[in-house]
Design a protein around this ligand. Sequence first.
Ligand SMILES: [Zn+2]
Length: 296
Amino acid sequence: MQESTTGDAFLNIWHHAMFIGAIIFAVIAIIIYLFHQVKVSGVKDFKQKYDYIRQNEIRTYQICFISLGITVACLINTYGKDSLSFDWVWFMVRLFISLAGGVLVGYIAALVLKYYYPTRLYKKLKKWRYMPRVNPATGNTMRLLSEAEEDVHLDEGMQAEENVFSVDYDVWVDEKTKETKIEKYPGHLEALQCNNCGFYTMKVVREEIVTAPTQDTEGELIKYYECQYCGSVRATQFQIARSNDAADLLAALNKTGSEEGIDLINIEIIDSTGQKRTYNFQSVEQAQKFLNEYNS
Ligand SMILES: [Zn+2]
């Protein structure tokens, strides 16, 4: 009798705690979600909005879903709270089911964010990237130049960078005053859109050197892509720069400077025997230092 009373008292406190926990974590999820939306709408510059969404949105939603998972686990722990007296087995079984329920919510959320959400995210990002810019000085609407037109406004370094690092430059021009606004977008390290399923889940799985570059001729490289979602494959051919192009690369890097927004610089060196070595650098400085030494 004594044990049962202690058990019931414990159960009462437990249910109470779980109930409060469920409310707290649900509120946390809602606050984080709303905070993100407010933050996004507070960023006025479209390019900055793009960057902010790209860097934060998925991570923010992950945290929201983890909070919701905890909410679900807490709620399951309150199941049958008024009709049951304390029993260890029942308590542990329910505890286990609640953990499984919470993990399930987290797992489903992870799948959604990994496969389904990037497509939505890219659409959203596209919207902000191509939303007509307004020249703050004149109030005129600017026009986005096409790839062919923009080269005039990009210096050689920028053009090389577009080719070498898969960086995209967008050039906006105010037709009346001829003022330009140049925006830089990352093109690499991101998954491509799959032609089959439409998700942005196409990633490089293998690379093959068909012809190795020499001092005088360019080489040929085939990249094999596989969709991480539906498994469809595709291959694309790339040129490998001549082996004495380290100086050109260096020029491109010098242009890039130590700008923010560069996560990784990946340099692949393929020698005349087809041996490939890959070097990753965290900063432009490191890569410059490396290329300087390689050049000499
Ligand atoms: Zn696919």
